[in-house]
Design a protein around this ligand. Structure first.
Ligand code: AQP
Length: 330
């Protein structure tokens, strides 16, 4: 059976974009693969967050994974930092890399100016090698992610391939699985930038799954659109409306053509009312389940502990194999 893996950084609470980009497809397919989903807590440290808040985010994300439909019969949930082999392999993978190529990674280039202010950009710089380790460690074939992670998965493949060339076939090379609809959900107030969970809690353009539904409705009703007054899909010319059409298509399980056709004669206001209604119902359903899980921290900790034990077993076996391959294991 092939392996599927994905993860989320505990840099905030999950947005609708995270669900659409990374979690939805994973859940739909979890029975078809050996499935692992993790909380990328070490990656999360590239952004400074109060330790108390990280702990809270880790528990929130675990509860949200379960509320969204992660099935523990089929999927291992764990914290990246609980399985030390991730860092161990990440370090070894970095030997296959050049400083130049890591400094050309999109994420590093886009965030380094911000981080340069603090003079601490090393975590971001080596992010791709740790991410490669997260995936190669389990010989994962499929990685469901949003569009923003495409280059990181390509880099993972590259690094795995390089390692295989030097030492002989050691790692399975992964494929990304980017959703056809909603690969990059945009901020409702600025549909030129992606919706991101590290946005401030009161950001009107970000739909957090745990937002109060009345606030969610307001955010959708105030989404930026255009002056044309016609509903059709064209992300270049109509980024706001196209973003809402993508969200609606995913929530309603329709194609972009179907959803565009369904709402083509609506006014923007009436269309937004429909989106707000559908999204609120969707979110409420997840929230109901979320609070049941979230109120039982002992259970969540137990889930993470058991998940880490299972992941560690797989990871330590692979690390042994890697160490043997490169001549470190006597
Ligand atoms: N806007 C998005 N549309 C679709 N998918 C998205 N993902 C992230 N943003 C979008 C996917 O969600 C998964 C988790 O990624 P992440 O933890 O990096 O999430 P984030 O929202 O980008 O979080 P941050 O920490 O707030 O990041 P930045 O630094 O970008 O502000 C991944 O599968 C991702 O593709």
């Amino acid at each position: 059976m092939k392996t599927m893996i994905t993860g989320i950084r505990p840099t905030g609470t999950i947005t609708l974009a995270n669900y659409i980009g990374g979690i939805k497809k994973f859940i739909e397919q979890q029975k078809e693969y050996k499935s692992l989903i993790f909380i990328a807590d070490i990656h999360g440290l590239t952004t400074y967050i109060e330790p108390k808040e990280i702990r809270n985010n880790i528990l929130d994300i675990t509860a949200l994974y379960l509320a969204c439909g992660i099935d523990l019969e089929h999927t291992i949930i764990f914290q990246q930092g609980d399985v030390l082999e991730h860092c161990n392999l990440g370090f070894l993978i970095s030997f296959q890399c050049s400083v130049g190529e890591l400094s050309r990674m999109t994420q590093y280039k886009s965030k380094k100016l911000e981080l340069a202010k603090t003079d601490k950009d090393m975590g971001l710089f080596i992010y791709p090698t740790l991410m490669a380790a997260d995936i190669l460690l389990y010989d994962a074939s499929i990685v469901p992610v949003g569009e923003d992670q495409r280059t990181h998965i390509e880099k993972t493949r590259d690094l795995g391939e390089r390692f295989n060339k030097v030492y002989g076939k050691t790692f399975e090379l992964p494929e990304y699985q980017i959703p056809k609809i909603g690969a990059k959900i945009m901020n409702l107030q600025n549909p030129k930038v992606k919706m991101s969970k590290s946005a401030p809690k009161n950001d009107k353009g970000t739909i957090f799954i745990l937002d109060d539904v009345e606030i969610t409705k307001k955010k959708i009703m105030s989404a930026v659109t255009d002056n044309e007054g016609k509903i059709y899909f064209d992300p270049e010319r109509k980024p706001g409306i196209s973003n809402l059409l993508s969200i609606m298509a995913v929530i309603d399980n329709l194609s972009i053509e179907e959803v565009s056709d369904k709402y083509k004669d609506y006014t923007y206001k009436d269309f937004k009312i429909e989106v707000a209604d559908k999204v609120s119902k969707f979110i409420l359903n997840i929230q109901d389940k979320f609070y049941k899980y979230r109120n039982d921290e002992d259970y969540l900790k137990k889930v993470l502990k058991e998940g880490a034990n299972k992941a560690r077993k797989l990871a330590s076996k692979k690390m042994d194999e890697v160490r043997k391959t490169i001549g470190l294991k006597l």
